[in-house]
Ligand binder design. Sequence first.
Ligand code: TNX
Length: 543
Amino acid sequence: KLQILALLVVITSCSKSKVFTESDIQIIPKPASVQLENGVFEFSENTQFFIENQSQKEATTTLVNKFKKVVGWNLGFSETAPQHNYIQLSVDESFAKEAYKLEVHTDFIKITANGNSGFMYGLETVRQLLPIEIESDELVKNIDWIIPAIVVKDQPRFQYRGLMIDVSRHFFNKEYLEKVIDRLAMHKMNVLHLHLVDDQGWRMEIKKYPKLTDVGAWRVDQEDKHWSARETTDPNEKGTYGGFFTQQELKELVAYAASKNVEIIPEIEMPAHVSCAIAAYPELSCFEKPIGVPSGGVWPITDIYCAGKEHTFEFLEDVLLEVMEIFPSKYIHIGGDEATKTNWKICPHCKKRMKDENLENVEELQSYFVKRMEKFINSKGKKLIGWDEILEGGLAPDATVMSWRGVKGGIEAAKQGHDVIMTPGTHCYFDHYQGPQNEEPLAWGGYTPLSKVYQFDPVVDVMTPAEAKHVLGGQANLWAEYIPNEKQSEYMIFPRLAALSETLWSPKELRNWNDFSSRISTMFNRYELLNINYAKSSYLVSA
Ligand code: TNX
Protein backbone atom coordinates (compact mmCIF):
# COMPACT_ATOMS: atom_id res chain seq x y z
CA LYS A 1 0.00 0.00 0.00
CA LEU A 2 2.77 2.32 0.94
CA GLN A 3 4.47 1.68 -2.36
CA ILE A 4 1.31 2.53 -4.26
CA LEU A 5 0.94 5.70 -2.26
CA ALA A 6 4.54 6.64 -2.96
CA LEU A 7 3.96 6.01 -6.65
CA LEU A 8 0.88 8.21 -6.61
CA VAL A 9 2.80 10.98 -4.93
CA VAL A 10 5.47 10.72 -7.60
CA ILE A 11 2.93 10.75 -10.42
CA THR A 12 1.04 13.77 -9.09
CA SER A 13 4.13 15.73 -8.27
CA CYS A 14 5.47 14.93 -11.74
CA SER A 15 2.41 16.33 -13.43
CA LYS A 16 2.56 19.43 -11.28
CA SER A 17 6.10 20.08 -12.25
CA LYS A 18 5.02 19.70 -15.86
CA VAL A 19 7.33 21.76 -17.97
CA PHE A 20 5.47 23.97 -20.38
CA THR A 21 7.02 24.83 -23.71
CA GLU A 22 6.14 27.49 -26.27
CA SER A 23 4.02 25.01 -28.20
CA ASP A 24 1.75 24.55 -25.18
CA ILE A 25 0.70 28.17 -25.44
CA GLN A 26 -2.15 28.06 -27.92
CA ILE A 27 -4.02 31.25 -27.24
CA ILE A 28 -6.35 32.70 -29.89
CA PRO A 29 -6.20 35.56 -30.68
CA LYS A 30 -2.44 35.48 -30.31
CA PRO A 31 -1.31 37.92 -27.61
CA ALA A 32 1.00 40.80 -28.51
CA SER A 33 3.79 39.45 -26.35
CA VAL A 34 4.30 36.24 -24.39
CA GLN A 35 7.21 35.28 -22.25
CA LEU A 36 7.29 31.84 -20.71
CA GLU A 37 8.97 31.52 -17.28
CA ASN A 38 9.87 28.60 -15.05
CA GLY A 39 7.29 27.00 -12.82
CA VAL A 40 3.53 26.78 -12.65
CA PHE A 41 0.62 28.26 -10.73
CA GLU A 42 -1.88 25.77 -9.43
CA PHE A 43 -5.52 26.68 -8.82
CA SER A 44 -7.17 25.13 -5.80
CA GLU A 45 -10.33 25.39 -3.83
CA ASN A 46 -8.65 28.15 -1.81
CA THR A 47 -7.56 30.34 -4.69
CA GLN A 48 -8.94 33.83 -4.14
CA PHE A 49 -9.30 36.95 -6.19
CA PHE A 50 -7.52 39.88 -4.57
CA ILE A 51 -9.59 42.84 -5.76
CA GLU A 52 -9.55 46.57 -5.15
CA ASN A 53 -13.30 47.04 -5.25
CA GLN A 54 -16.46 44.98 -5.56
CA SER A 55 -17.18 46.09 -9.13
CA GLN A 56 -14.16 44.10 -10.29
CA LYS A 57 -16.04 40.91 -9.46
CA GLU A 58 -17.92 41.23 -12.74
CA ALA A 59 -14.73 40.61 -14.74
CA THR A 60 -14.20 37.29 -12.96
CA THR A 61 -17.66 35.82 -13.59
CA THR A 62 -16.75 33.53 -16.48
CA LEU A 63 -13.81 31.90 -14.73
CA VAL A 64 -15.57 31.69 -11.37
CA ASN A 65 -18.54 29.95 -13.00
CA LYS A 66 -16.30 27.56 -14.88
CA PHE A 67 -14.52 26.41 -11.73
CA LYS A 68 -17.87 26.04 -10.01
CA LYS A 69 -19.08 23.80 -12.80
CA VAL A 70 -16.05 21.61 -13.41
CA VAL A 71 -14.82 21.10 -9.82
CA GLY A 72 -17.51 22.59 -7.63
CA TRP A 73 -15.20 25.23 -6.17
CA ASN A 74 -16.41 28.66 -5.11
CA LEU A 75 -13.40 30.87 -5.61
CA GLY A 76 -13.46 33.64 -3.04
CA PHE A 77 -12.69 37.36 -3.02
CA SER A 78 -10.60 39.46 -0.72
CA GLU A 79 -9.87 43.17 -0.58
CA THR A 80 -6.72 42.60 1.47
CA ALA A 81 -3.67 40.81 0.15
CA PRO A 82 -3.75 37.06 0.82
CA GLN A 83 -0.43 35.34 1.64
CA HIS A 84 -0.32 33.32 -1.56
CA ASN A 85 -2.59 31.44 -4.00
CA TYR A 86 -4.43 34.48 -5.29
CA ILE A 87 -5.21 36.37 -8.47
CA GLN A 88 -4.68 40.07 -8.03
CA LEU A 89 -6.61 42.55 -10.18
CA SER A 90 -4.64 45.77 -10.08
CA VAL A 91 -5.76 49.03 -11.69
CA ASP A 92 -3.22 51.06 -13.61
CA GLU A 93 -4.78 54.01 -15.36
CA SER A 94 -1.86 54.42 -17.72
CA PHE A 95 -3.01 51.24 -19.51
CA ALA A 96 -5.03 51.61 -22.71
CA LYS A 97 -8.65 50.49 -22.53
CA GLU A 98 -8.85 46.69 -23.06
CA ALA A 99 -5.08 46.23 -22.62
CA TYR A 100 -3.78 43.99 -19.87
CA LYS A 101 -0.63 42.56 -18.42
CA LEU A 102 -0.80 39.07 -17.02
CA GLU A 103 1.96 37.85 -14.73
CA VAL A 104 1.70 34.29 -13.55
CA HIS A 105 4.03 33.29 -10.71
CA THR A 106 4.11 30.13 -8.63
CA ASP A 107 2.46 31.83 -5.67
CA PHE A 108 0.12 34.27 -7.29
CA ILE A 109 -1.19 35.78 -10.49
CA LYS A 110 -1.31 39.48 -11.12
CA ILE A 111 -3.39 41.13 -13.82
CA THR A 112 -2.88 44.81 -14.43
CA ALA A 113 -5.36 46.80 -16.51
CA ASN A 114 -7.16 50.07 -16.63
CA GLY A 115 -10.57 48.53 -15.90
CA ASN A 116 -12.83 45.54 -16.20
CA SER A 117 -12.45 45.00 -19.95
CA GLY A 118 -8.70 44.47 -19.52
CA PHE A 119 -9.19 42.27 -16.46
CA MET A 120 -11.74 40.20 -18.32
CA TYR A 121 -9.41 39.69 -21.28
CA GLY A 122 -6.55 38.83 -18.94
CA LEU A 123 -8.76 36.17 -17.38
CA GLU A 124 -9.84 34.92 -20.81
CA THR A 125 -6.15 34.37 -21.47
CA VAL A 126 -5.85 32.49 -18.17
CA ARG A 127 -8.79 30.37 -19.32
CA GLN A 128 -6.94 29.43 -22.50
CA LEU A 129 -3.82 28.56 -20.49
CA LEU A 130 -5.84 26.14 -18.36
CA PRO A 131 -6.43 22.52 -19.42
CA ILE A 132 -9.21 22.38 -22.03
CA GLU A 133 -11.40 20.52 -19.51
CA ILE A 134 -12.14 23.92 -17.97
CA GLU A 135 -14.72 24.21 -20.80
CA SER A 136 -16.57 21.09 -19.70
CA ASP A 137 -20.24 21.21 -18.95
CA GLU A 138 -19.98 18.73 -16.10
CA LEU A 139 -17.73 17.79 -13.20
CA VAL A 140 -14.33 16.51 -14.28
CA LYS A 141 -11.97 14.49 -12.13
CA ASN A 142 -8.23 14.00 -11.86
CA ILE A 143 -7.16 17.23 -13.48
CA ASP A 144 -4.45 19.45 -12.07
CA TRP A 145 -5.59 22.99 -12.72
CA ILE A 146 -2.17 24.36 -13.46
CA ILE A 147 -0.98 27.04 -15.82
CA PRO A 148 2.57 27.99 -16.72
CA ALA A 149 4.42 30.88 -15.12
CA ILE A 150 4.30 33.48 -17.84
CA VAL A 151 4.23 37.18 -18.62
CA VAL A 152 1.71 38.26 -21.24
CA LYS A 153 1.48 41.86 -22.40
CA ASP A 154 -1.47 42.30 -24.65
CA GLN A 155 -3.75 44.82 -26.29
CA PRO A 156 -5.98 44.94 -29.35
CA ARG A 157 -4.82 46.22 -32.71
CA PHE A 158 -8.32 47.53 -33.50
CA GLN A 159 -10.88 49.07 -31.18
CA TYR A 160 -13.86 47.71 -33.17
CA ARG A 161 -14.04 43.90 -33.38
CA GLY A 162 -17.51 42.92 -34.44
CA LEU A 163 -19.94 40.27 -35.53
CA MET A 164 -23.28 41.03 -37.15
CA ILE A 165 -26.15 38.67 -36.50
CA ASP A 166 -29.14 38.90 -38.82
CA VAL A 167 -32.17 38.10 -36.66
CA SER A 168 -34.60 39.12 -39.37
CA ARG A 169 -34.25 36.45 -42.03
CA HIS A 170 -34.59 33.93 -39.23
CA PHE A 171 -35.31 34.87 -35.66
CA PHE A 172 -32.78 33.95 -32.97
CA ASN A 173 -33.82 34.44 -29.36
CA LYS A 174 -32.16 36.10 -26.39
CA GLU A 175 -30.79 32.88 -24.91
CA TYR A 176 -28.93 32.14 -28.12
CA LEU A 177 -27.61 35.69 -28.38
CA GLU A 178 -26.29 35.42 -24.83
CA LYS A 179 -24.30 32.40 -25.94
CA VAL A 180 -23.03 34.37 -28.92
CA ILE A 181 -21.94 37.13 -26.53
CA ASP A 182 -20.08 34.63 -24.32
CA ARG A 183 -18.25 33.35 -27.35
CA LEU A 184 -17.43 36.81 -28.62
CA ALA A 185 -15.87 37.58 -25.24
CA MET A 186 -13.92 34.32 -25.37
CA HIS A 187 -12.41 35.52 -28.66
CA LYS A 188 -11.84 39.04 -27.28
CA MET A 189 -14.39 40.50 -29.69
CA ASN A 190 -16.38 43.48 -28.49
CA VAL A 191 -19.27 44.38 -30.81
CA LEU A 192 -22.50 42.56 -31.57
CA HIS A 193 -24.26 44.33 -34.41
CA LEU A 194 -27.92 43.28 -34.40
CA HIS A 195 -29.66 43.46 -37.76
CA LEU A 196 -33.13 43.94 -36.29
CA VAL A 197 -35.01 44.83 -39.46
CA ASP A 198 -35.11 43.35 -42.91
CA ASP A 199 -37.84 42.47 -45.39
CA GLN A 200 -38.54 39.15 -43.72
CA GLY A 201 -39.24 40.39 -40.22
CA TRP A 202 -39.29 43.30 -37.75
CA ARG A 203 -37.69 42.06 -34.52
CA MET A 204 -37.95 44.82 -31.92
CA GLU A 205 -41.06 45.77 -29.99
CA ILE A 206 -41.93 49.41 -30.70
CA LYS A 207 -44.59 50.66 -28.28
CA LYS A 208 -45.88 53.43 -30.53
CA TYR A 209 -46.31 51.15 -33.55
CA PRO A 210 -47.50 47.76 -32.27
CA LYS A 211 -48.27 46.41 -35.74
CA LEU A 212 -44.54 46.36 -36.52
CA THR A 213 -44.35 43.21 -34.43
CA ASP A 214 -48.02 42.11 -34.47
CA VAL A 215 -47.87 41.91 -38.25
CA GLY A 216 -44.26 42.58 -39.30
CA ALA A 217 -42.61 39.88 -37.16
CA TRP A 218 -44.46 36.96 -38.76
CA ARG A 219 -44.19 35.37 -42.15
CA VAL A 220 -45.91 32.45 -43.82
CA ASP A 221 -43.11 30.01 -44.61
CA GLN A 222 -40.27 29.01 -42.37
CA GLU A 223 -38.10 28.12 -45.28
CA ASP A 224 -36.53 30.81 -47.40
CA LYS A 225 -38.43 31.19 -50.65
CA HIS A 226 -35.70 33.14 -52.18
CA TRP A 227 -36.59 33.49 -55.81
CA SER A 228 -40.31 32.88 -55.57
CA ALA A 229 -40.98 35.10 -52.59
CA ARG A 230 -43.53 37.18 -54.46
CA GLU A 231 -45.93 34.26 -54.28
CA THR A 232 -45.83 34.34 -50.52
CA THR A 233 -46.51 37.99 -49.95
CA ASP A 234 -50.29 37.83 -49.95
CA PRO A 235 -51.24 40.53 -47.42
CA ASN A 236 -54.31 38.58 -46.33
CA GLU A 237 -52.41 35.50 -45.33
CA LYS A 238 -51.39 35.75 -41.69
CA GLY A 239 -47.91 34.46 -41.00
CA THR A 240 -47.06 32.34 -37.98
CA TYR A 241 -43.31 31.88 -38.38
CA GLY A 242 -41.09 34.48 -36.74
CA GLY A 243 -40.68 36.23 -33.42
CA PHE A 244 -39.42 39.42 -31.85
CA PHE A 245 -37.69 40.82 -28.77
CA THR A 246 -39.63 42.75 -26.17
CA GLN A 247 -37.93 45.94 -25.04
CA GLN A 248 -37.41 44.34 -21.65
CA GLU A 249 -35.54 41.42 -23.22
CA LEU A 250 -33.35 43.78 -25.20
CA LYS A 251 -32.53 45.79 -22.08
CA GLU A 252 -31.44 42.60 -20.37
CA LEU A 253 -29.43 41.56 -23.38
CA VAL A 254 -27.66 44.92 -23.50
CA ALA A 255 -26.77 44.63 -19.81
CA TYR A 256 -25.54 41.09 -20.27
CA ALA A 257 -23.39 42.14 -23.23
CA ALA A 258 -21.95 45.09 -21.30
CA SER A 259 -20.85 42.73 -18.53
CA LYS A 260 -18.75 40.94 -21.18
CA ASN A 261 -17.37 44.13 -22.72
CA VAL A 262 -19.61 43.66 -25.76
CA GLU A 263 -21.45 46.64 -27.15
CA ILE A 264 -24.68 45.97 -29.02
CA ILE A 265 -25.19 48.20 -32.03
CA PRO A 266 -28.79 48.16 -33.23
CA GLU A 267 -29.52 48.37 -36.93
CA ILE A 268 -32.86 49.72 -38.06
CA GLU A 269 -32.83 49.39 -41.85
CA MET A 270 -33.99 52.23 -44.08
CA PRO A 271 -35.09 53.17 -46.69
CA ALA A 272 -35.12 49.66 -48.24
CA HIS A 273 -35.23 46.08 -46.92
CA VAL A 274 -38.34 47.10 -44.98
CA SER A 275 -41.20 45.02 -46.48
CA CYS A 276 -42.10 43.93 -42.93
CA ALA A 277 -42.77 47.54 -41.87
CA ILE A 278 -44.74 48.27 -45.02
CA ALA A 279 -46.78 45.09 -44.52
CA ALA A 280 -47.70 46.52 -41.10
CA TYR A 281 -48.15 50.15 -42.20
CA PRO A 282 -48.58 50.44 -46.01
CA GLU A 283 -48.74 54.25 -45.72
CA LEU A 284 -44.97 54.25 -45.20
CA SER A 285 -44.46 53.38 -48.87
CA CYS A 286 -44.98 55.57 -51.91
CA PHE A 287 -48.05 53.86 -53.32
CA GLU A 288 -49.47 52.27 -50.18
CA LYS A 289 -50.13 48.96 -51.89
CA PRO A 290 -50.85 46.25 -49.28
CA ILE A 291 -48.13 43.60 -49.15
CA GLY A 292 -47.37 40.63 -46.93
CA VAL A 293 -44.16 39.85 -45.08
CA PRO A 294 -42.03 37.96 -47.61
CA SER A 295 -40.45 34.62 -46.75
CA GLY A 296 -37.36 35.14 -48.82
CA GLY A 297 -34.85 37.62 -50.10
CA VAL A 298 -37.16 38.75 -52.91
CA TRP A 299 -35.27 40.85 -55.37
CA PRO A 300 -35.52 43.61 -56.45
CA ILE A 301 -37.67 45.09 -53.70
CA THR A 302 -39.44 48.15 -54.98
CA ASP A 303 -41.61 48.75 -51.92
CA ILE A 304 -39.38 50.95 -49.80
CA TYR A 305 -40.10 53.86 -47.45
CA CYS A 306 -41.39 56.95 -49.23
CA ALA A 307 -38.81 59.74 -49.07
CA GLY A 308 -41.42 62.35 -49.97
CA LYS A 309 -43.92 62.04 -47.14
CA GLU A 310 -43.19 63.78 -43.85
CA HIS A 311 -44.90 60.92 -42.08
CA THR A 312 -42.04 58.57 -42.98
CA PHE A 313 -39.60 60.76 -41.04
CA GLU A 314 -41.95 61.18 -38.09
CA PHE A 315 -42.33 57.41 -37.95
CA LEU A 316 -38.60 56.76 -38.12
CA GLU A 317 -37.80 59.36 -35.50
CA ASP A 318 -40.38 57.84 -33.16
CA VAL A 319 -38.91 54.40 -33.75
CA LEU A 320 -35.35 55.59 -33.19
CA LEU A 321 -36.34 57.34 -29.97
CA GLU A 322 -37.48 54.01 -28.58
CA VAL A 323 -34.37 52.30 -29.95
CA MET A 324 -32.11 54.86 -28.27
CA GLU A 325 -33.94 54.33 -24.98
CA ILE A 326 -32.94 50.67 -25.01
CA PHE A 327 -29.50 50.70 -26.60
CA PRO A 328 -26.88 52.92 -24.91
CA SER A 329 -24.46 52.43 -27.83
CA LYS A 330 -23.18 55.69 -29.27
CA TYR A 331 -23.87 54.25 -32.73
CA ILE A 332 -27.19 53.78 -34.47
CA HIS A 333 -26.97 51.81 -37.72
CA ILE A 334 -29.54 52.89 -40.30
CA GLY A 335 -28.73 50.33 -42.99
CA GLY A 336 -29.01 52.13 -46.28
CA ASP A 337 -28.03 49.23 -48.53
CA GLU A 338 -29.54 48.04 -51.77
CA ALA A 339 -32.32 50.58 -52.14
CA THR A 340 -34.10 50.08 -55.46
CA LYS A 341 -35.44 53.54 -56.05
CA THR A 342 -37.78 52.97 -59.00
CA ASN A 343 -40.82 54.08 -56.99
CA TRP A 344 -39.10 57.29 -55.96
CA LYS A 345 -38.71 58.23 -59.62
CA ILE A 346 -42.45 58.22 -60.20
CA CYS A 347 -43.94 58.97 -56.78
CA PRO A 348 -45.51 62.47 -56.66
CA HIS A 349 -44.38 63.01 -53.05
CA CYS A 350 -40.81 62.10 -53.89
CA LYS A 351 -40.83 64.25 -57.02
CA LYS A 352 -42.07 67.21 -54.99
CA ARG A 353 -39.39 66.64 -52.37
CA MET A 354 -36.68 66.58 -55.04
CA LYS A 355 -37.97 69.82 -56.51
CA ASP A 356 -38.29 71.55 -53.13
CA GLU A 357 -34.84 70.44 -52.00
CA ASN A 358 -33.13 71.00 -55.36
CA LEU A 359 -32.13 67.39 -55.73
CA GLU A 360 -31.00 66.19 -59.14
CA ASN A 361 -31.73 62.49 -58.86
CA VAL A 362 -32.89 59.70 -56.57
CA GLU A 363 -29.34 59.09 -55.30
CA GLU A 364 -29.36 62.62 -53.97
CA LEU A 365 -32.77 61.94 -52.53
CA GLN A 366 -31.39 58.96 -50.62
CA SER A 367 -28.52 61.13 -49.45
CA TYR A 368 -31.09 63.72 -48.26
CA PHE A 369 -32.89 60.92 -46.41
CA VAL A 370 -29.73 59.73 -44.65
CA LYS A 371 -28.53 63.24 -43.83
CA ARG A 372 -31.89 64.07 -42.31
CA MET A 373 -31.74 60.94 -40.17
CA GLU A 374 -28.19 61.79 -39.20
CA LYS A 375 -29.22 65.23 -38.01
CA PHE A 376 -31.83 63.66 -35.80
CA ILE A 377 -29.46 60.98 -34.50
CA ASN A 378 -26.74 63.57 -33.80
CA SER A 379 -29.25 65.81 -32.02
CA LYS A 380 -29.68 62.95 -29.54
CA GLY A 381 -25.92 62.73 -29.02
CA LYS A 382 -25.46 59.60 -31.13
CA LYS A 383 -23.56 58.75 -34.30
CA LEU A 384 -24.87 57.24 -37.51
CA ILE A 385 -23.45 54.16 -39.23
CA GLY A 386 -24.59 53.01 -42.65
CA TRP A 387 -23.62 50.48 -45.31
CA ASP A 388 -21.37 51.89 -48.01
CA GLU A 389 -24.27 52.87 -50.28
CA ILE A 390 -24.63 55.95 -48.06
CA LEU A 391 -21.64 57.34 -49.96
CA GLU A 392 -23.78 57.68 -53.07
CA GLY A 393 -25.22 61.12 -53.62
CA GLY A 394 -23.01 62.59 -50.88
CA LEU A 395 -22.05 61.28 -47.45
CA ALA A 396 -23.75 62.64 -44.32
CA PRO A 397 -21.25 64.92 -42.52
CA ASP A 398 -20.33 62.72 -39.56
CA ALA A 399 -21.36 59.26 -40.75
CA THR A 400 -19.33 56.11 -40.13
CA VAL A 401 -19.27 53.80 -43.13
CA MET A 402 -19.49 50.03 -43.06
CA SER A 403 -17.79 48.89 -46.24
CA TRP A 404 -19.31 45.64 -47.51
CA ARG A 405 -19.03 45.79 -51.31
CA GLY A 406 -15.31 45.15 -51.02
CA VAL A 407 -13.06 47.71 -49.36
CA LYS A 408 -13.37 50.54 -51.89
CA GLY A 409 -16.26 52.26 -50.08
CA GLY A 410 -14.16 52.19 -46.93
CA ILE A 411 -11.13 53.62 -48.69
CA GLU A 412 -13.24 56.39 -50.17
CA ALA A 413 -14.89 57.22 -46.86
CA ALA A 414 -11.53 57.33 -45.05
CA LYS A 415 -10.26 59.66 -47.77
CA GLN A 416 -13.15 61.95 -47.00
CA GLY A 417 -12.16 61.87 -43.33
CA HIS A 418 -14.91 59.52 -42.15
CA ASP A 419 -14.55 56.61 -39.78
CA VAL A 420 -14.78 53.19 -41.37
CA ILE A 421 -15.56 49.64 -40.36
CA MET A 422 -14.34 47.12 -42.91
CA THR A 423 -16.59 44.18 -43.59
CA PRO A 424 -15.88 43.17 -47.19
CA GLY A 425 -17.96 40.35 -48.67
CA THR A 426 -14.78 38.74 -49.94
CA HIS A 427 -13.42 37.96 -46.44
CA CYS A 428 -16.03 38.72 -43.83
CA TYR A 429 -19.25 37.12 -45.06
CA PHE A 430 -19.96 34.18 -42.83
CA ASP A 431 -23.05 33.27 -44.88
CA HIS A 432 -20.65 32.12 -47.61
CA TYR A 433 -19.47 28.54 -48.08
CA GLN A 434 -16.38 27.54 -46.13
CA GLY A 435 -15.68 24.27 -47.88
CA PRO A 436 -16.47 22.54 -51.19
CA GLN A 437 -20.12 23.25 -52.00
CA ASN A 438 -21.06 19.61 -52.51
CA GLU A 439 -19.92 18.80 -48.98
CA GLU A 440 -21.48 21.74 -47.22
CA PRO A 441 -24.99 22.63 -46.11
CA LEU A 442 -26.84 25.06 -48.39
CA ALA A 443 -25.40 28.56 -48.10
CA TRP A 444 -25.91 31.91 -49.78
CA GLY A 445 -23.04 31.39 -52.23
CA GLY A 446 -19.51 32.71 -52.28
CA TYR A 447 -16.48 30.93 -50.89
CA THR A 448 -14.84 32.15 -47.73
CA PRO A 449 -12.80 29.38 -46.09
CA LEU A 450 -10.99 29.88 -42.81
CA SER A 451 -7.71 30.79 -44.50
CA LYS A 452 -9.41 33.55 -46.48
CA VAL A 453 -10.83 35.10 -43.33
CA TYR A 454 -7.35 34.91 -41.84
CA GLN A 455 -5.95 36.88 -44.77
CA PHE A 456 -8.31 39.76 -44.11
CA ASP A 457 -6.80 43.05 -43.08
CA PRO A 458 -9.01 46.07 -42.44
CA VAL A 459 -6.21 48.46 -43.34
CA VAL A 460 -5.49 48.51 -47.05
CA ASP A 461 -2.05 49.29 -48.53
CA VAL A 462 -3.22 52.27 -50.56
CA MET A 463 -4.28 54.14 -47.43
CA THR A 464 -2.13 56.91 -46.03
CA PRO A 465 -1.40 56.67 -42.29
CA ALA A 466 -3.97 59.41 -41.69
CA GLU A 467 -6.61 57.49 -43.64
CA ALA A 468 -5.69 54.23 -41.92
CA LYS A 469 -6.40 55.90 -38.58
CA HIS A 470 -10.03 56.18 -39.63
CA VAL A 471 -10.32 52.39 -39.85
CA LEU A 472 -11.88 51.50 -36.51
CA GLY A 473 -11.72 47.80 -37.20
CA GLY A 474 -13.64 45.04 -38.88
CA GLN A 475 -16.66 42.84 -38.62
CA ALA A 476 -18.07 39.57 -39.92
CA ASN A 477 -21.65 39.46 -41.14
CA LEU A 478 -23.87 36.46 -40.73
CA TRP A 479 -26.79 37.06 -43.08
CA ALA A 480 -29.40 34.48 -42.22
CA GLU A 481 -31.42 33.71 -45.34
CA TYR A 482 -30.06 30.16 -45.19
CA ILE A 483 -29.46 29.93 -41.46
CA PRO A 484 -32.65 28.39 -40.13
CA ASN A 485 -31.44 27.36 -36.67
CA GLU A 486 -28.80 27.76 -33.99
CA LYS A 487 -26.77 24.74 -34.99
CA GLN A 488 -26.37 26.11 -38.50
CA SER A 489 -25.57 29.55 -37.11
CA GLU A 490 -22.77 28.08 -35.00
CA TYR A 491 -21.55 26.10 -37.97
CA MET A 492 -21.14 29.25 -40.04
CA ILE A 493 -19.58 31.32 -37.24
CA PHE A 494 -17.01 28.80 -35.99
CA PRO A 495 -14.13 28.50 -36.45
CA ARG A 496 -14.12 31.52 -38.77
CA LEU A 497 -14.66 33.82 -35.81
CA ALA A 498 -11.33 32.61 -34.40
CA ALA A 499 -9.53 33.70 -37.58
CA LEU A 500 -11.30 37.05 -37.59
CA SER A 501 -10.50 37.63 -33.92
CA GLU A 502 -6.81 37.22 -34.55
CA THR A 503 -6.96 39.54 -37.55
CA LEU A 504 -8.58 42.23 -35.44
CA TRP A 505 -6.71 41.75 -32.18
CA SER A 506 -3.15 40.56 -32.80
CA PRO A 507 -0.24 42.67 -34.05
CA LYS A 508 0.00 42.35 -37.79
CA GLU A 509 3.57 41.12 -37.71
CA LEU A 510 2.64 38.16 -35.48
CA ARG A 511 0.00 36.83 -37.82
CA ASN A 512 1.03 33.57 -39.42
CA TRP A 513 -1.36 31.11 -41.02
CA ASN A 514 0.68 27.97 -40.27
CA ASP A 515 1.04 28.94 -36.67
CA PHE A 516 -2.67 29.79 -36.40
CA SER A 517 -3.79 26.58 -38.05
CA SER A 518 -1.79 24.55 -35.55
CA ARG A 519 -3.22 26.50 -32.60
CA ILE A 520 -6.79 26.14 -33.87
CA SER A 521 -6.91 22.42 -33.06
CA THR A 522 -6.84 23.20 -29.34
CA MET A 523 -9.64 25.67 -29.93
CA PHE A 524 -11.59 22.88 -31.68
CA ASN A 525 -11.25 20.76 -28.54
CA ARG A 526 -12.60 23.65 -26.52
CA TYR A 527 -15.49 24.08 -28.97
CA GLU A 528 -16.28 20.37 -28.59
CA LEU A 529 -16.56 20.70 -24.82
CA LEU A 530 -18.60 23.88 -25.19
CA ASN A 531 -21.00 22.04 -27.48
CA ILE A 532 -20.39 24.43 -30.34
CA ASN A 533 -21.31 22.95 -33.69
CA TYR A 534 -18.23 24.29 -35.46
CA ALA A 535 -17.40 23.50 -39.09
CA LYS A 536 -14.62 21.01 -39.36
CA SER A 537 -14.45 21.31 -43.13
CA SER A 538 -13.06 24.81 -43.04
CA TYR A 539 -10.00 23.57 -41.23
CA LEU A 540 -9.18 21.14 -43.99
CA VAL A 541 -9.53 23.61 -46.80
CA SER A 542 -6.59 25.85 -47.47
CA ALA A 543 -6.60 28.88 -49.69
C1 TNX B 1 -26.38 41.76 -49.29
S1 TNX B 1 -24.54 43.13 -47.34
C2 TNX B 1 -27.11 42.33 -48.27
C3 TNX B 1 -27.96 41.46 -47.43
C4 TNX B 1 -27.93 40.03 -47.89
C5 TNX B 1 -26.50 39.65 -48.24
C6 TNX B 1 -26.29 38.21 -48.57
C7 TNX B 1 -25.77 44.04 -47.30
C8 TNX B 1 -25.59 45.33 -46.68
N1 TNX B 1 -26.95 43.62 -47.85
O1 TNX B 1 -29.27 41.95 -47.41
O2 TNX B 1 -28.42 39.22 -46.88
O3 TNX B 1 -26.10 40.44 -49.33
O4 TNX B 1 -24.92 37.90 -48.57
